[in-house]
Design a protein around this ligand. Structure first.
Ligand code: HSE
Length: 438
């Protein structure tokens, strides 16, 4: 059969990994699809002699490659939302299928990209955009299609999880671990995307859309990073039986959908609490299956290339079918005209439990004033931990609460911070039991 011709745009970590994997498993891939797959064109500004690309047309004019009549599938792995967006839209207009690992592009412009793809009868595949080597897009869009998905919670940034793990296990400094994550090819071009939760918010936007059948709405994700986490809070959380993980959480409630990325205390007995290093994991709660957990490497050349290549094989199978171009799995899992307009809840309408750490003067009655405020706000306390005096007579007091509306907690914290015996700010970290209850 006629070979399928690929243009790979970008030869960074993911592009290089894709070239290697396509070469390494070429014979297996032909057995899977019935057709040889050839890299015929590569777009790069920095050719890489270390890659097996002899005979391949390598250029720095990416747009010219997208317009090459010979190319069947365009693989966009340059990242960003500028040139990448123009290239993807042009590939679609040229009637070519696209594979992309670009979560930022899809989270911010996916609605228009998918609309254009549907209008031009091509498919934009994006397994590599979320959780690296874990096939979570296929799981949500196809494997769990018989379920109503209630919520999902995931460690979906490998760099952040690598940093948290190394800091906790080896006491390493934040900056030092981040530098190593960059050298290993885990981090984004701008690593603040990793540590401030923006990358996770991009991925959560995509997961929530295909889980609940709603349009992509990146601007409505509540996002908080890991840069302000202290070793002190990590260790108090552990004393209370919890680990702190940077989670992306998407949950349907009766009032709307919660979309949030933030450091989260989770019980150390949960499997996901023991996901370490660059590994990602996504826990999905759905009505027929109950909880199911998906685990694997979330970043790096090999795992991300695995997802890119799986998408290429899917597209080759589509091309092999009659009526070339039609794909029976909608981009966002639900038919485009059946996407729901369920509201995304603002941050103060989120409902979650809390870890609070107070820096209190060691005086009689302070704890009674604090618990009085919480009690009047109807906030139920689950646990209290008071540590010995520190910092010239102050005592750290740690409280765990039951779930409460965020607006109510904001009010209670403001009242606690106004107490003369409490030093600002009150540290708050959200807490999730991750059980099957909403
Ligand atoms: N910077 C991302 C991460 C790469 O660390 O998870 C994979 O999307």
């Amino acid at each position: 059969m006629k070979p399928v011709k690929l243009a790979i745009l970008g030869l960074g970590t993911v592009g290089g990994g894709t070239v290697r994997l396509l070469q390494q498993n070429a014979a297996e891939m032909t057995r899977r699809t019935g057709r040889p797959i050839q890299i015929t064109h590569v777009g790069t500004r920095r050719p890489r002699p270390d890659l097996p690309l002899s005979g391949v047309d390598q250029r720095d004019d990416f747009m010219a490659l997208v317009r090459e009549p010979d190319v069947d599938i365009v693989i966009e792995v340059i990242g960003g939302t500028g040139l990448a967006r123009e290239l993807v839209m042009e590939a679609i207009r040229q009637g070519k299928h696209v594979v992309t690992a670009n979560k930022a592009l899809l989270a911010e412009y996916g609605n228009e990209i998918f609309e254009a793809a549907e209008a031009h009868d091509v498919h934009v595949a994006f397994e590599a955009a979320v959780a690296g080597g874990i096939p979570i897009i296929k799981v949500l869009r196809e494997g769990l299609a018989g379920n109503r998905i209630e919520w999902l919670a995931g460690i979906i940034n490998g760099t952040g999880n690598f940093i948290l793990t190394e800091m906790r296990d080896k006491g390493r400094a934040f900056e030092d671990v981040l530098t190593e994550a960059q050298a290993l090819g885990y981090a984004e071009a701008d690593p603040t995307f990793d540590v401030e939760g923006i990358d996770a918010a991009h991925k959560l936007t995509i997961l929530a859309s295909i889980a609940f059948g709603v349009p992509l709405q990146f601007d409505k994700v509540y996002t908080e990073g890991i840069t302000r986490l202290t070793r002190q809070d990590v260790s108090y959380a552990e004393e209370l039986g919890y680990r702190i993980k940077h989670l992306g959480i998407a949950r349907r409630t009766e009032r709307g959908i919660e979309l949030r990325v933030h450091p989260t205390l989770i019980p150390e007995s949960c499997l996901i609490a023991n996901v370490n290093g660059v590994k990602n994991a996504v826990l999905v709660q759905s009505d027929a299956v109950g909880p199911s957990l998906y685990y694997g490497a979330g970043a790096g050349a090999g795992p991300t290339a695995s997802a890119v290549v799986a998408d290429v094989l899917d597209l080759v199978r589509i091309m092999n079918e009659e009526g070339d171009g039609q794909h029976n799995v909608p981009h966002l899992a639900f038919q485009p005209d059946a996407l729901a307009d369920t509201p995304i809840l603002p941050a103060d309408q989120m409902y979650t439990a809390y870890y609070l750490r107070l820096d209190a003067e060691d005086q009689p009655g302070v704890l009674a004033e604090v618990t009085g405020i919480l009690s009047r706000a109807g906030i139920n306390i689950d646990a209290i931990l008071q540590k010995p005096q520190q910092n010239g007579g102050r005592i750290p007091v740690i409280l765990l609460t039951q779930p409460v509306l965020e607006a109510r907690m904001n009010q209670a914290i403001a009242e606690i911070e106004a107490l003369p015996a409490i030093h600002q700010p009150v540290v708050r970290i959200r807490l999730e039991a991750l059980d099957s209850q909403p």
